[in-house]
Design a protein around this ligand. Structure first.
Ligand SMILES: [Ca+2]
Ligand SMILES: [Ca+2]
Ligand SMILES: [Ca+2]
Ligand SMILES: [Ca+2]
Length: 489
């Protein structure tokens, strides 16, 4: 249970929350929280307050994107060599993970046009296309064994230029499934429903492919993508399973830019959380309502008593499978819920907490306990876009978890617990020009490692705990934290 304790041991008497939780639904939470902004803790990676719990980081791998995969761009009048957006997966099927770099067409910067596979030694595996532009945002490329044959594929949109197709149109885009070890095309489709999609702007530009188990098969074999006002679901033969038209699309009042998939009711099939809707595996809405403005970040994750809930950044909401509100921090506490992450950040708490970036594109974070108590109000370090948080199970499955942001790992009180040695200052513009993180067990024991990359640079870094015991490694196993990595920009 939350104590409202601050790092100095004091209790925050200004936090007062009434909660009525009912297992049958109809949950009601009435938060009455007055935040004491003077209690802000450590604010930057330069102000180290190293945790006694977490092992320090060591650089496990520094991987150069192969020279022939790099391209150049003009940034502030300077020529800059860069790789692009990165995905991780065992493309070669031999156990260790490999990397995929991709870039997009120059007109929209959204349609993949180059794919390059390489291993952790920086050796080329294969490539398709050439050059291309920096993706506008993390885009529609996933690595997963979508056909269940034991080796991974690349599931991707791909640009097929045709005349003067405008940047807003998908008429020059196909869906492809490529062999992970060779890059050879296994399947390609150009569904009418896809090419009819068009759009531009902030609700359009986050084209992400989410691997999902919609049909209740032994393994996930489907995927979901949001294209502006539409959600499309496909099976592994690239047949359309369903489409969903989103009702709310106006700026700051739209549903989540990037939805999230997960099995909220434990029946073996995934639901889709878009913040203002929860879709059944067949694409029908289970509930739909406009909860709160700025529904920028969502998840389906265990919350109270280990039960999966819909986590929604707008207004700091937690909802059950039927749309009953289990927790609502309210817009006075969370005026602009830019990002939300759930983890066991605090060592003495049985239930997970919520880290919520509550003032939009700013570094201000609230750490909220399972009952809705605001425990800590702190600033993380700055990234140009002020996004990019991720939970890292740095101390193993039992935690405490750390919060990645901008090339450092923060503890649940907002102190930098682990710094990442040898990480140069980020280069590049505001968009994509900072260190994005993918969590995973890439080496050593079961404690989770972190892969970081700056799309505008040419190097991928993997950090693990020091000391490293390579003999303790159980091997790479991809889960949704890798193949559905929650990259945000
Ligand atoms: Ca491999
Ligand atoms: Ca496969
Ligand atoms: Ca389900
Ligand atoms: Ca590890």
């Amino acid at each position: 249970m939350g104590t409202g304790a601050h790092p100095d041991g004091s209790l925050d008497a200004s936090v007062e929350i009434q909660i009525q939780l009912s297992p049958t639904g109809g949950c009601l939470v009435v938060p009455r929280t007055v935040l004491d902004r003077s209690r802000t803790t450590v604010t930057s990676s330069g102000d180290l307050n190293v945790s006694q719990v977490s092992a320090p980081a060591r650089l496990y791998r520094k991987i150069e994107v192969p020279k022939e995969f790099q391209t150049t761009g003009e940034i502030d009048g300077q020529s800059l060599a860069f790789g692009g957006d990165i995905r991780v997966g065992d493309l070669t099927g031999d156990g260790p993970p490999d990397l995929l770099v991709y870039r997009c067409d120059h007109l929209s910067e959204l349609k993949p046009t180059f794919l390059g596979a390489f291993d952790l030694d920086g050796q080329v595996i294969w490539q398709v296309g050439s050059r291309g532009a920096q993706p506008l945002r993390p885009g529609p490329v996933a690595v997963f064994d979508i056909d269940g044959d034991g080796s991974e594929e690349v599931i991707t949109f791909f640009h097929q230029p045709s005349g003067n197709t405008p940047r807003e149109s998908m008429a020059d885009v196909v869906i492809q499934i490529r062999d992970g070890s060779t890059g050879e095309l296994k399947l390609e489709a150009k569904p009418e429903i896809l090419i009819a999609c068009e759009g531009w702007g902030s609700n359009w530009c986050h084209h992400r492919i989410f691997i999902a188990n919609l049909r209740g098969l032994p393994k996930p074999s489907d995927f979901v993508i949001k294209l502006g006002e539409k959600l499309l679901a496909f099976d592994n033969h690239l047949n359309l399973l369903w489409k969903y038209e989103i009702e709310w699309n106006a700026y700051s009042e739209c549903s989540a830019y990037i939805p999230s998939v997960g099995d909220i009711d434990g029946d073996g099939r995934d639901e889709v959380n878009g913040g203002y809707y929860l879709l059944n595996p067949d694409g029908t809405p289970r509930w739909a309502k406009q909860l709160a403005p700025n529904m920028d970040s969502v998840a389906i994750l265990p919350w109270d008593r280990g039960i999966p809930r819909a986590i929604c950044s707008g207004g700091g909401h937690v909802l059950d499978a039927d749309g009953n509100v289990a927790l609502a921090l309210g817009e006075h506490v969370v005026p602009h819920g830019q990002e939300v992450r759930v983890g066991n950040f605090l060592p003495n708490e049985a239930a997970p907490q919520m880290a919520i970036r509550y003032l939009g594109h700013h570094p201000d974070i609230l750490m909220v306990d399972n009952n809705g108590h605001v425990l800590h109000d702190f600033k993380v370090n700055s990234s140009p876009n002020e996004t990019g948080m991720e939970v890292i199970h740095w101390n193993g499955p039992k935690g405490p978890d750390l919060l990645y942001n901008g090339g450092a790992l923060f503890d649940g009180m907002g102190a930098v617990a682990v710094s990442l040695p040898g990480l140069p200052d980020p280069i590049g513009p505001e968009k994509m020009g900072w260190y994005h993180a993918i969590p995973g067990d890439f080496c050593g024991d079961l404690r989770e490692d972190v892969l970081v990359y700056n799309p505008w640079d040419t190097t991928v870094y993997i950090y693990t705990q020091d000391p490293l015991d390579e003999s303790a490694y159980a091997g790479y196993s991809a889960g949704p934290r890798q193949y559905n990595a929650r990259l945000m920009d």
